[in-house]
Ligand binder design. Structure first.
Ligand SMILES: C[S@@+](CC[C@H](N)C(=O)[O-])C[C@H]1O[C@@H](n2cnc3c(N)ncnc32)[C@H](O)[C@@H]1O
Length: 353
């Protein structure tokens, strides 16, 4: 029986090419890729990779100066927060909520855009499984390349359910998909309202469209655009707040600090063609709400919706190129580990060629 993609990188003895997290007694965390003969140097001494390769995770190992390190494989949550990035990643708490609220199921056909660094792609691929299909669209070539390498590093191989395409989501969707053949659409991009027609065309009746946006103005604009199309129903929004807890003897309380804001989730269901949404008895209260109010809050002039105006930090091409190099190297090692060879194709000690 063959295992689902990526399983062997998540269990069993640690292998060369795999990533591990090592944590010292002060809680300092480093993520390293295991290389035969490799060493992790810190001002506290040297830890030999060979002392970890072939052994289990969950062990405590001692370095040349007698310092202890706890060794664990990074979970998906840890991986996405430590991997090289192009654009901002979807936080793990939101990725979990997205998979659940978009009702992404094994075997589903899912469209995703933009791909950014590929963090959400990994959660979606896990949810659709090897028998599903995830079509990911990204307009920036260098981000698509970083995402490709990150996804390959995480799964240790090409994922059979995945294809990534460079271009504008609204155009690509119409080019690639027959009408009403997609089960779920998940958008994490600056202007998802530009995709209303494309999503309405490709999404199957009853299909879920989920938007992840960073600001209330984007949330409002996309909600009104979806409502105005008349092709969707059950338009709902929420956000997920996650507050960590401090657990220390009798001092059990919420952490002092938390990530207070990441983004909003908005979901809508596709109506069957020609159907109108059921008129709800409880009407939205829209009195005293004029076109001018909407225009002031969410201007229709597209040139005003810039990343800077929405508070996004610009990403330099130089930084993207540096991160791409790192992502590709990690991916090469992870793929080699899956195949039992090193990054140059030579059999690893203890592996059959
Ligand atoms: C915040 S990032 C996505 C992060 C990603 N979900 C992750 O978890 O790593 C937004 C991405 O959308 C892309 N984008 C914006 N508008 C787009 C469009 N119309 N079509 C395709 N990609 C788009 C941007 O280039 C950017 O990479």
């Amino acid at each position: 029986m063959t295992h689902p993609t990526g399983v062997s990188a998540r269990r069993g003895p640690l292998r060369a090419g795999q990533r591990v997290q090592i944590k010292d007694a002060k809680g300092r965390l480093n993520t390293i890729t295991l290389i035969p003969g490799g060493e992790f140097h810190s001002y506290q001494g040297v830890l030999r990779h060979d002392d970890l390769i072939g052994g289990p995770e969950g062990v405590v190992v001692t370095n040349s100066s007698g310092r202890d390190y706890q060794v664990l494989r990074p979970l998906l949550n840890d991986f996405v927060l430590s991997m090289p990035r192009g654009a901002t990643v979807v936080y793990p708490k939101d990725a979990g909520a997205i998979v659940q609220q978009a009702d992404v199921f094994p075997g589903a056909t899912v469209v995703e855009a933009g791909v950014g660094s590929g963090a959400l792609s990994m959660s979606l691929l896990r949810a659709v499984g090897d028998q599903g299909r995830l079509y990911s669209y990204e307009r920036r070539e260098e981000f698509a390349e970083i995402a490709r390498a990150n996804v390959e590093s995480f799964f240790g191989a090409d994922h059979p359910a995945w294809s990534i395409h460079v271009g504008d989501a609204q155009e690509k969707m119409l080019e690639v998909h027959e009408p009403h053949t997609v089960d779920r659409v998940v958008l994490d991009m600056l202007a998802p309202w530009e995709c209303v027609d494309a999503v309405a065309t490709v999404l199957a009746p009853g299909g879920v469209w989920l938007n992840y946006v960073a600001t209330a103005t984007q949330l409002s604009r996309v909600a009104e655009a979806i409502r105005a199309s008349g092709k969707f129903t059950q338009i709902e929004a929420n956000e997920t707040l996650q507050r960590g807890w401090h657990l220390d003897g009798l001092a059990v309380r919420p952490d002092h600090r938390m990530v207070a804001h990441t983004g909003f989730l908005l979901t809508a269901r596709r109506l069957a063609s020609g159907e109108e949404a059921l008129t709800m008895k409880k009407r939205l209260k829209v009195s005293g709400f004029s076109r001018e109010d909407v225009e002031a809050w969410t201007p229709s002039d597209e040139s005003r919706w810039t990343p800077q105006a929405l508070g996004e930090r610009p990403r330099s091409d130089k930084k993207a190129r540096k991160n791409l190099k790192e992502a590709r190297l990690t991916a090469r090692r992870a793929r080699a580990a899956e195949q039992g060879v090193d990054a140059f194709g030579r059999a690893l000690p203890g592996e059959e060629a």
